[in-house]
Design a protein around this ligand. Structure first.
Ligand code: MLT
Length: 240
């Protein structure tokens, strides 16, 4: 009997998220894959974050999944080392660079973080979570705790990195590996249209839209995300 090898999956978190963002995927899909979480907390550019992940990834070839800022880094990895990526999952992210308004919002958030980081976390969380999840004490506590444990200096570094990111849209047609795009239907930070745009530009990409879900789909709707990821992982050819 032939047994299928497990893929190594590198998971990239978003702004102010640590490994706990992916806790339900790491636990729930442990029979389908071996997971490793990339560290996006030390570099201050998206390019530098991508280089750090590529240098420290445990294997040469792997499946890559990035959420939000992690998706920006995943797209940069696709530019730097496409030959190492067996499959790409983009969750609640965008290929676009910041608009002038988004840049201004980031600049203001950096200034506010210097004086009242908790207020910045609260404001961010109100956009990250679906309205129906804002009174889920476990979720709110977890998102708050991840943010506090990474701290304001990481927040400022990550905001600066994101504000300088390039437009990835022109590069999307170059992506040739199996690609899955997942989006919370009510994602208020990277809306559905940004995902539809990526799916149109990447040949063969699939789109899964998750109901009752905001920006943090891996935590807000873990079962739906795991179903989509496990079906997709089963289709990926594991080349040596
Ligand atoms: C994230 O969740 O990584 C960020 O909110 C994305 C962004 O600010 O562009």
């Amino acid at each position: 009997m032939l047994t299928r090898q497990f893929p190594h999956v590198v998971l990239l978190p978003g702004l102010l998220n640590d490994a706990r963002l992916w806790q339900h995927q790491s636990a729930g899909l442990a029979d389908n894959a071996q997971f490793w979480i990339g560290d996006l907390t030390t570099a201050d550019t998206i390019t530098g974050m991508a280089e750090a992940v590529l240098e420290s990834a445990p294997v040469e070839k792997f499946v890559l999944a990035g959420m939000s800022m992690g998706g920006y880094v995943a797209l940069e990895i696709m530019r730097q080392a496409p030959e190492r990526i067996l499959g790409l999952a983009l969750l609640d992210t965008s290929a676009r660079p910041d608009t002038p308004t988004a840049l201004e919002n980031r600049r203001a958030a950096i200034e506010r973080a210097e004086v009242d980081f908790q207020a910045v976390i609260n404001e961010l969380m109100a956009k990250q979570l679906h309205p129906s999840h804002l009174d889920d004490q476990y979720l709110v506590g977890l998102v708050n705790d991840m943010a506090l444990s990474l701290g304001k200096h990481t927040f400022i570094r990550q905001q600066k990195a994101m504000s300088n990111r390039i437009d990835s849209l022109p590069f999307l047609p170059l992506i040739k590996c199996p690609t899955l795009v997942i989006c919370g239907r009510e994602d208020a930070i990277t809306p559905l249209g940004a995902h539809q745009e990526m799916v149109s530009a990447i040949e063969g990409a699939g789109l899964v839209i998750i109901d009752d879900c905001g920006h943090l789909s891996p935590l807000e709707q873990p079962m739906a995300v795991n179903d989509a990821l496990s079906q997709w992982l089963g289709t990926i050819e594991l080349k040596a």
